[in-house]
Write a protein that binds this ligand. Structure first.
Ligand code: NAD
Ligand code: DAU
Length: 359
């Protein structure tokens, strides 16, 4: 049995589904169901007795302690977080509450739980913390990619809150001997991603004939990893990672945002052709404040030590992703509720367009 937090969100739900497909071990899934949590992501395991869903907050130490005592998991896999950079710019408070205080609360519950376990069971327990490459800050063109030894330099309220949570995890290993593992991963994409993030936003907007908003000049660079590859990396880290270690996880797929949007338009043109190419919908808008220039990951450590490499190329992953959104119009429609429309209005409503720029 393992306890997953945030397993109704994008990566957490993909992890739960992959786990159920490849393991007999049960999962307790604790999720607050914020705007980003969606039980529809878990519909295929609704009647599976190996999956228990609990609606609740990781900040609720009493609830977490009772779940640990009741289900006696051998590991916690911690995904729950506020995860969107733009939302952290508009409203940073939730990020501190969940990402910092929530992770602290979970670590405290885990520490107390391990101390209550019989001595023989204690060494097997693991706390796997799911984190981001954004904690390392921003690279210039030509800089070497992030390594596990790269100093932390977070630039947004989101990345600062994740950096704080990483430091707490590190401290709980160093001070209390909690067997922690941390994965710092690059940008994920794939099925069930909430359409506030670049790739699902562009697919949803394109299919609705709306503008594809590119911040600034579209030359910021991200490293893209298919979500199934991230889940496989996390399973491998949980299985064989060394307690106290951190592992950088990336796709070796650096792309400018404009390249990503062009690739999406081209796949959409072939799978769902419209009267004109979807590229016509591209529009440049005012940049994100403090927009990190470039992220790139050196994933050599996880490959050398744990034998993990991504299976999916950007081309195959993007095609699968577009196919999934085309095959799930109801999922997209359900998400685009009043709350989603309010967010779109807040983030894009009075954002000036940059008409001089060309796609
Ligand atoms: P998401 O926003 O899609 O999902 C987050 C989930 O956590 C939701 O189901 C939400 O309901 C839940 N949640 C939020 N606050 C909670 C709380 N207080 N208690 C319990 N549940 C709560 O996020 P995601 O993109 O799936 O990211 C998952 C994790 O992976 C995050 O920790 C994120 O920082 C990290 N990460 C994400 C990416 C990426 O590209 N999306 C890359 C690297 C790391
Ligand atoms: O690097 C890992 C991180 O990747 C994760 O930790 C975060 O949880 C995840 O949200 C993601 O952060 P980004 O800010 O890189 O992802 P996002 O999809 O929001 O943006 C990707 C790039 O696209 C970024 O350079 C900003 C740009 N962008 C984004 C949106 C939403 C646009 O140009 N237009 C947009 O409308």
């Amino acid at each position: 049995m393992i306890l997953v937090t945030g397993g109704a969100g994008f990566i957490g739900a993909n992890f739960v589904l992959d786990w159920m497909a490849s393991s007999d071990e049960s999962i307790v899934n604790l999720d607050k169901l914020t705007y980003a949590g969606n039980l529809g992501n878990l519909a295929s395991v609704r009647d599976d007795a190996r999956h228990t869903f609990v609606k609740g907050d990781i900040c609720d130490g009493t609830l977490v302690a009772s779940l640990l005592d009741r289900y006696r998991p051998r590991a916690i896999v911690h995904f729950a977080a506020e995860s969107h950079v733009d939302r952290s710019i508009h409203a940073p408070g939730d990020f501190i509450t969940t990402n910092v205080n929530g992770t602290f609360s979970l670590l405290e519950a885990a520490r107390a739980y391990v101390s209550r376990l019989p001595a023989g069971e204690q060494p097997a327990f693991r706390f796997l913390h799911v984190s981001t490459d954004e904690v390392y800050g921003s690279l210039n063109a030509g800089d070497p990619p992030f390594m596990e030894s790269t100093p932390y330099a977070p630039n947004s309220p989101y990345s600062a809150s994740k950096a704080a949570s990483d430091h707490l995890v590190r401290a709980y290993h160093h001070t209390y001997g909690l067997a922690t593992l941390t994965g710092n991963c690059s940008n994920n994409y794939g099925p069930c991603q909430f359409p506030e993030k670049l790739i699902p936003l562009v697919i949803a907007n394109a299919l609705a004939g709306k503008t594809l908003p590119i911040y600034g000049d579209g030359s910021n660079v991200r490293d893209w990893l298919y979500v199934g590859d991230h889940c496989a990396a996390l399973r491998r880290v949980l299985e064989a990672g060394r307690p106290g270690e951190t592992y950088n996880i990336g796709g070796c797929n650096e792309k400018t945002n404009l390249e990503v949007v062009h690739a999406l338009c081209d796949v959409l043109d072939s799978l769902a052709p419209a009267a004109a190419s979807y590229r016509q919908l591209i529009g440049f808008v005012q940049d994100r404040p403090g927009h990190d220039r470039r992220y790139a990951i050196d994933a050599g450590k996880i490959e050398r030590e744990l034998g993990w490499r991504p299976a999916e190329s950007f081309e195959t992953g993007i095609r699968k992703t577009v196919r999934w959104y085309l095959d799930h119009p109801d999922w997209v429609k359900d998400i685009q509720s009043g709350a989603y429309l309010q967010w779109v209005e807040r983030n894009y409503g009075d954002r000036p367009s940059l008409p001089g720029r060309r796609a």
